[in-house]
Design a protein. Structure first.
Length: 234
């Protein structure tokens, strides 16, 4: 059998997961800037230094260089923004991966509301359709968030959301159950795999009761199916 035929067809997922962890690293940096004392930036960023993978985010880059990419965060705007073009240029990614990364960014965002700093993920980043167990190949996403949690003292809130579509499976009979189950599965990962302190966490599910958009189209329903990991205000 030729070498080409021996290539694992799922090998691309390694790069995919590594790319998501890279993006999450940067998002956690934004979180740190908005909610923590600046002297803790280096301490948190140390969690990601010397990591290896298909895409390497090495520790020799100064934190100040990444901080310079952040755009216009202030108390009057709930959305934390950064210069995507400069960010990806600084990583020197191939164009194909840059395009993949920009598509991923459309499926996650960070906002600041009255609860705290909210990391919101579309359903299909962490879960298969109708499933409450996170995709194993995307555990690096949760690992990156766990490092951010370890680097701050905020209490955490994990909330699941669903749309109004019937889910029709035997494990989660309602969207309420599915949304809560997803929040619990993420909590379980943080507690069992990352040994984070359980007293810092609360978890729940809103079902379809708090949509971000009218539940009137497949596209809007996709946006409404999400999980929020919230760094609560101190």
């Amino acid at each position: 059998m030729s070498e080409a035929q021996k290539i694992d067809p799922n090998a691309w997922m390694v790069t995919f997961a590594d790319l998501i962890m890279l993006l999450l690293t940067f998002f956690v940096l934004l979180l740190t800037m908005s909610s923590m004392d600046s002297r803790n930036l280096d301490e948190l960023f140390a969690h990601f230094r010397d990591a290896t993978g298909v895409l390497e985010f090495t520790g020799d880059r100064e934190v100040s260089e990444l901080v310079a990419l952040v755009k216009n965060y202030n108390d009057t705007s709930s959305l934390l923004l950064f210069d995507q073009d400069e960010f990806f240029a600084s990583l020197e990614l191939p164009e194909s991966l840059q395009n993949m990364a920009k598509e991923l960014i459309k499926k996650m965002d960070m906002t600041d509301d009255d609860r705290g700093i909210v990391l919101s993920f579309h359903e299909d980043i962490l879960f298969a359709a109708g499933e409450a167990t996170p995709r194993k190949e995307l555990f690096p996403v949760l690992d990156a968030i766990a490092a951010g949690i370890e680097g701050c003292s905020n209490d955490m809130l994990i909330m699941g959301h669903a749309d109004s579509s019937p889910i029709g499976d035997n494990k989660n009979n309602t969207n309420w159950e599915l949304s809560i189950s997803r929040g619990l599965s993420i909590l379980e990962y943080f507690l069992k795999q990352k040994q984070l302190a359980p007293e810092r966490f609360s978890v729940g599910g809103y079902g379809a009761s708090r949509p971000r958009y009218p539940d009137d189209s497949p596209e809007h329903q996709a946006f409404n199916r999400r999980v929020e990991i919230i760094f609560q205000h101190l």
